[in-house]
Design a protein. Structure first.
Length: 401
């Protein structure tokens, strides 16, 4: 058993959205196993809400601290609860370190606090037009995130892009920064399953399609893809359909997307099919002709890693960190340039060999991202067992210079 005061409390109360839930689900059990393998049984205890209980099914109940789900109903309510109660939790569970896999939360005085920067949206949100509630949320989270990150003892970034942002824009000293990439979910695969045909038929997609996905938020820039597709449809009316998937997180932007589709006059050829079940997403990735990523704000995009793991032929904007994550596993177009996007998309749709080459590169690149490696490197940061500069790097020289 770890000595008194040496336990790490993993504060999971912020894990509420798709990306953060995926991180918790995939990393934490491996983190526990890796700590035991390295001779640190009992190193971790976990703070979570009642509604998150299913995420911790592989972790001993004795190592879990469960609180009422109402605490997690909003970032502000969670922060106020943490500010008042987290010091008591730390004192009563022999905790010497708090690991918050988020960039916003209460800092506990007198012990080490390790935070992560995993969401770039609040820092860049003013470039976009959000619905009022989302706009206010980002305006509040940006300064509070900066304050928490600067007060943390160490910060884990999930891409070189987010690490550089911490260094240059937030002013976090380099000695406090580490870089640990996300892993990949092995259930995303290019291998077709027995129910693929049924899933595709349900969405009317038996004959191929272009695919893009992500929550309906302004930084996704689906309107660029819709405009590009509209251009192509005017010249080539027999194009396969464009399928967009994702929840309506911002109602104003979702309305804008629907209006953009209507303006093309091709509603049948461009469809938004809403939020998909996990298994349906896997099917739609691997059966697409081309996967397009037009997003402009990412830290380490789970969507991108899922697309590579599925062997997609990827067409991506050149906005960072996408070239860092995809490397040669994507064909790129200048961000927000609908004409260039249309031209690149036409190239891919016309060239099966090019699509196959990108698919092969995607699977090769996906192999770099490993939740086991993520667990090992995260434990190394939390244990300070290795110099932070001495780590494997997935960054090409042109991006890391």
């Amino acid at each position: 058993m770890t000595q008194r005061g040496q336990r790490t409390l993993v504060n999971c109360l912020s894990a509420g959205s798709g990306g953060s839930l995926s991180y918790v689900r995939n990393l934490l059990p491996r983190l526990v196993v890796e700590a035991e393998r390295q001779g640190m049984p009992g190193r971790f205890c976990f703070l979570h809400g009642r509604q998150q209980r299913a995420l911790f099914s592989e972790i001993d109940e004795a190592d879990r601290i469960e609180v009422d789900e109402s605490i997690c109903s909003s970032p502000l309510r969670r922060y106020l609860w943490e500010s008042r109660c987290l010091p008591q939790v730390v004192a009563s569970h022999s905790v010497g370190q708090v690991f918050l896999p988020s960039q916003f939360g209460a800092i506990v005085d007198g012990i080490e606090n390790v935070l992560m920067i995993r969401n770039m949206e609040p820092f860049f949100a003013r470039r976009y037009s959000y619905a009022l509630a989302k706009d206010m949320r980002n305006r509040v989270l940006a300064p509070l995130s900066r304050r928490a990150l600067t007060r943390a003892d160490r910060v884990i970034a999930v891409s070189e892009f987010s690490r550089q942002y911490c260094l240059e824009d937030i002013g976090i000293p380099e000695r406090k920064l580490s870089l640990v990439y996300h892993g990949r979910d092995a259930s995303f695969s290019p291998e077709c399953g027995p129910h693929d045909a049924d899933v595709l038929a349900r969405y009317g997609l038996a004959d191929g399609y272009v695919f893009s996905c992500g929550s309906m938020l302004p930084y996704r820039r689906f309107e660029d893809l819709i405009a590009a597709y509209g251009r192509l449809l005017a010249e080539r009316p027999n194009l396969p359909p464009l399928i967009l998937a994702g929840g309506r997180e911002d109602g104003g932007y979702a309305h804008l997307v629907q209006a953009a589709i209507a303006n093309t006059g091709s509603e049948g050829a461009i469809r938004h099919i809403g939020r998909l079940a996990y298994e349906d997403m896997q099917v739609l990735y691997r059966n697409s002709l081309v996967f397009v990523m037009s997003s402009e704000i990412e830290a380490c995009p789970n969507v991108g890693i899922e697309a590579m793991s599925s062997g997609c032929a990827i067409l991506s904007s050149d906005n960072p960190p996408l070239p860092e994550i995809f490397q040669d596993a994507a064909l790129y177009y200048p961000a927000r340039n609908a004409a260039a996007l249309a031209a690149r998309l036409a190239e891919l749709l016309d060239s099966r060999p090019m699509r196959q080459q990108l698919s092969d590169h995607a699977l090769e690149r996906a192999a770099f991202f490993s939740w086991q490696t993520c667990a090992e490197e995260t434990l190394a940061v939390l244990s300070a067992s290795a110099p932070q500069a001495e780590r494997r790097s997935g960054i090409p020289a042109s991006l890391g210079a």
